[in-house]
Design a binder for this molecule. Structure first.
Ligand SMILES: *[C@@H]1O[C@H](CO)[C@@H](O)[C@H](O)[C@H]1NC(C)=O
Ligand SMILES: *[C@@H]1O[C@H](CO)[C@@H](O)[C@H](O)[C@H]1NC(C)=O
Ligand SMILES: *[C@@H]1O[C@H](CO)[C@@H](O)[C@H](O)[C@H]1NC(C)=O
Length: 458
């Protein structure tokens, strides 16, 4: 049975018995009899109306399906989440995050309804807001299969990138672990049924004790956290056995299936005059991102490529979500080169735009988002070996030209079919009608916990 928020509806047995009203006080007075019968009908009708309004019989899409995963949200002291937002201008050493944390993390609305200028590292807030309104939420920890820890770890990590004192940099993470370990629900399974969602990459929480300090803390290295499932926009491909990739948020946050279908159809019908495009910048002196130099050069040299350079003083379209979408949705292929880390938000923008992503590393998507992407890589994407590009063996244009038109259309259809599950629906959607990022994560987490046979709840 589902545990729901206490509803204002009185239980049925406490309702006044309607039959008591049909008893006539004076059996000899027919007028009275009629009056009382009418009165009783009225009372009955108003109770039916009352029940109709107050016993929300949710539409089928607003229920937690079947044996659906039931999760409980830990009540954390606000220093672990919403409290951090009070200093939103200091959350990130590079950007004022205040406009980005607005609207439950969706950011500022764009001119088209359901579209927002969503920040790339804000998934943790959107996940939180969506789970708070989710039909599979339970208020009873004993009925829960999963426990969600609403920690805004990414927002906190970025406030501490420049903190030289490691004890201080790590202190909130250590504090959280102490808090969790004191909870009865943690003790039940040593945290194995707990999960946290992080809007930044795993690297930001896995400081290496030897080697260069890039500002990371040690959250994901704490032994209790290694018992939890960690959802992150980029997992550490080799050590992240308990880390699961979740998509970066894009800009589309629909509330209904109808909005989603309309968008998918418009992407199917788009004319795509450009063979490929690249939206991004180069990274000076970053070995990992060397391929970007070649991509920018090759794209710039090709008549079939649209280049939107993102650099200070670069193309202004780069920072305008709708302009980026415009470029991508008029291209057949969208190049997704690793940058500061393996993954990019842009891969998900490209899917939303119905543009087939071209990867240069298997860690940009294939080893990251196994819950979300088809196992058959070639069905929705192209992988070009980085060294082929860097060593100038083959041109990107040549490779993409060799894909037949039918093949491109087939891939595009798969990409467009992926849009719903790669979308963060509007957190206040009550009748969504399709599984989004958060629904897929809940299904997979619950499968994982059940497989480990952690819990047997009736
Ligand atoms: C969702 O609803 C709540 C309560 O009405 C409101 O405060 C919040 O701003 C809404 N979220 C968004 C993103 O519109
Ligand atoms: C680092 O911060 C901790 C906690 O505030 C403090 O106890 C310690 O003395 C600091 N270490 C240094 C080297 O400043
Ligand atoms: C992690 O889980 C294992 C197995 O349930 C348990 O033995 C271990 O003590 C847990 N570690 C922590 C730090 O809670």
């Amino acid at each position: 049975m589902l545990f729901r928020k206490p509803s204002p509806t009185p239980p049925l047995h406490s309702l006044p018995s309607t039959t008591s009203f049909s008893k006539t006080k004076d059996p000899h007075n027919n007028n009275n009899k009629l009056r009382y019968t009418l009165f009783s009908c009225l009372i009955l009708a108003s109770w039916i109306l009352f029940l109709h309004h107050h016993t929300r019989i949710p539409p089928s899409t607003d229920t937690c399906h079947g044996s659906g995963p039931l999760f409980y949200i830990h009540t954390l002291p606000s220093r672990f989440n919403l409290g951090l937002l009070q200093r939103c201008h200091k959350l990130n050493v590079y950007t004022n995050m205040c406009p980005h944390v607005a609207n439950n993390g969706l950011g500022q609305p764009l001119s088209t309804p359901s579209w927002y200028a969503t920040h790339q590292f804000i998934a943790e807030m959107i996940v939180h807001a969506r789970l708070q309104n989710h039909p599979c939420r339970t208020w009873d920890p004993h009925a829960a299969l999963l426990f969600y820890v609403p920690f805004y770890g990414g927002l906190h990590a970025s406030t501490m990138f420049r903190e030289p004192n490691h004890t201080l940099r790590d202190s909130l993470a250590v504090d959280l672990v102490h808090f969790l370990q004191s909870q009865p629900s943690w003790k039940r399974n040593n945290g194995k049924d707990h999960f946290v969602a992080l809007g930044r990459t795993a690297w930001d929480f896995m400081r290496a004790e030897d080697g260069a300090d890039f500002g990371a803390n040690i959250f994901l290295k704490l032994p209790p956290v290694r018992n939890m499932s960690v959802l992150t926009v980029e997992r550490q491909p080799w050590k992240g056995a308990n880390q699961f990739g979740i998509p970066y948020p894009s800009y589309f946050h629909p509330k209904t299936l109808a909005e989603m279908l309309t968008w998918q159809n418009s992407m199917r019908q788009r004319a795509r005059p450009h063979l490929f495009s690249f939206v991004g910048g180069t990274r000076k002196g970053l070995e990992k991102a060397k391929v970007r130099d070649d991509i920018v050069r090759q794209c710039g040299d090709s008549k079939r490529c649209v280049l939107v350079r993102c650099a200070s003083g670069g193309d202004s379209r780069c920072h305008d979500p709708m302009k980026v979408l415009e470029v991508m949705s008029s291209s057949k292929f969208c190049l997704q080169a690793a940058g500061d880390s393996f993954t990019r938000r842009s891969s998900f923008d490209s899917v939303v735009a119905g543009c087939v992503p071209v990867f240069f590393s298997e860690h940009t998507a294939y080893t990251q988002y196994a819950w979300y992407l088809p196992a058959e890589r070639g069905s929705y994407s192209v992988l070009i070996e980085e060294r082929e590009v860097v060593e100038g063996k083959r041109s990107i244009e040549e490779i993409l030209m060799s894909v037949s038109e039918e093949e491109v259309e087939r891939m595009r259809e798969v990409v467009i079919g992926l849009i719903p599950t790669l979308t963060y629906a509007h957190p206040n959607a009550t009748n969504l009608g399709f599984p989004d990022v958060v629904d897929v994560a809940l299904q997979q987490l619950s499968r994982r916990v059940k497989e480990e046979q952690l819990i047997s709840i009736s």
